[in-house]
Design a protein around this ligand. Structure first.
Ligand SMILES: Nc1ncnc2c1ncn2[C@@H]1O[C@H](COP(=O)(O)OP(=O)(O)O)[C@@H](O)[C@H]1O
Ligand SMILES: [Mg+2]
Length: 202
């Protein structure tokens, strides 16, 4: 297997398991497969990312502001962190990336089009592999603790979010993996998808 850099993103509705599986995947690739791995997440650890974590709990921040800040955070995240690691030969795994912005911000306001979000994110690099973890909204919400809930997390909203993730995944050719199973089984499917990608990389 070639050891070339690869940029992987795990995404999906809140509670789909993107954080759990990004961590498991990073450990698998690093300790079992001996790759250099950099695990990261969005919002990022930058000051903009920290501000976003606060704003995600605040009902008074409009989705347009969230969209602008997410784009700024991602621009910084890509150029100062992700790209540097890829250039150093790492596999980079990001727990959420542009797809989360496209879905979550566009769905909250008729004024926010997917095209506008893409324009805001015009200068970022794109993942080599995006995996969407799919789960029913009800199950996802049941997995989250009350204190972890963000302003837009309720079942009817998450149903819309899930449908948009699925339709965009088909349109963009993302891999869809059901996360409605025992964690280890879901992780195995993710690992297989990543290993297939690594094996076919030229
Ligand atoms: N397949 C699964 N079965 C049961 N619980 C799960 C599964 N995947 C994740 N969880 C649990 O659900 C919660 C939310 O998972 P998390 O990875 O934080 O989701 P996300 O980052 O997508 O919001 C966590 O407590 C996690 O341990
Ligand atoms: Mg998470």
């Amino acid at each position: 297997m070639t050891k070339k850099p690869l940029f992987i993103v795990l995404d999906g509705i809140d509670g789909c398991g993107s954080t759990t599986h990004s961590q498991l995947l990073a450990a698998f690739l690093e300790y079992k497969k001996d790759f250099k791995v950099h695990l990261t997440h969005e919002p990022s650890k930058s000051d903009i990312g920290k501000l976003l974590r606060k704003f995600l709990k605040n009902e008074e921040i409009p989705p347009t502001t969230d969209a602008l800040l997410f784009a700024a955070d991602r621009d910084l995240h890509y150029h100062n962190e992700i790209k540097k690691r890829l250039d150093d030969g790492y596999i980079v795994i990001s727990d959420r990336y542009i797809e989360s912005s496209i879905i979550y911000q566009s769905i909250q306001s008729d004024r926010i089009s997917i095209e506008w979000i893409k324009q805001l994110n015009k200068f970022i690099g794109h993942p080599d592999l995006t995996i969407i973890l799919d789960i029913e909204a009800k199950t996802a919400l049941a997995r989250k603790k009350e204190k972890d809930l963000e302003k837009f997390e309720d079942t009817s909203f998450l149903v819309k979010v899930r449908n948009l993730y699925l339709s965009r995944a088909k349109q963009e050719g993302y891999h869809i993996i059901s996360s409605d199973d025992i964690i280890e089984f879901v992780q195995e499917k993710i690992q297989k998808t990543v290993l297939d990608k690594l094996n076919t990389q030229n």
